[in-house]
Design a binder for this molecule. Sequence first.
Ligand code: XBP
Ligand code: MG
Length: 256
Amino acid sequence: MNQNGLEALVFDVDGTLVDSERDGHRVAFNRAFEEAGLSDRWEVERYGELLAVTGGERRINAYFEEQGMPEGEREELASRLHVRKTEIFTEMASQGEIEARPGVDELLDELEGGGVRLAVATTGSRKWVEPLLDRLFGPERFEVVVTSDEAPERKPDPSAFHLALERLGLRAWAAPAVEDSANGLRAAKSAGLPCVVVVNDYTREQDFHDADLILDGFGRPDAPISVLADPHGLNPPGRLDVDTLRRLSAASDSAA
Ligand code: XBP
Ligand code: MG
């Protein structure tokens, strides 16, 4: 039986904690293409389709496969381009070009104030994830940070969430996930975590039928969120807050 309820929250990074895809990763991929003398450019809308493949290197590889490039050639190219893309994105992040999503700071403060531990499970690379989290949210704010370096099977594979739970030493219902995408939701649910989806412009139309709560943002007192689905009747008060997450954890525990 759950004595303590909500113990931790496990956040996705891209699209969830930070607005990083359209004006961040996409731009970095395009700069890497340009520097390599390639004419390929990923436009805003097209990038939304390419996001179906998680992980930057896998995304480049899948794109060149679609263009008919032979396997050996595209694997070498994807690996080389991704190294450079990672350097460019890391530089962009260190220059302050990647921002937290509105309301995230307030939620992190509230979670910490309520004794809830903070964790991350992302398919991004540690090389940029750690400095970005430190810069935006303060050094070592997250007790557990699982990246693709430790969990190379990208979402929707659940391994990043399994590892986060293992490192937290918690059962799944005590550590809900917060995600922005269908791939992320599948990963979290496959690992047994309750999952709140906070949609963004790239993910709004995706299939979130088994989400435990769907919101169109984190919400702030001056900018309340819309609730898109609330199957447990959690009734968030215009923003994602600790009490709502406690109710989610309790609902998931009793369902387990
Ligand atoms: C995000 C990703 C990442 C980024 C690029 O998925 O798929 O690959 O697009 O980062 P999620 P890297 O938010 O579900 O973790 O280039 O470092 O892979
Ligand atoms: Mg994401």
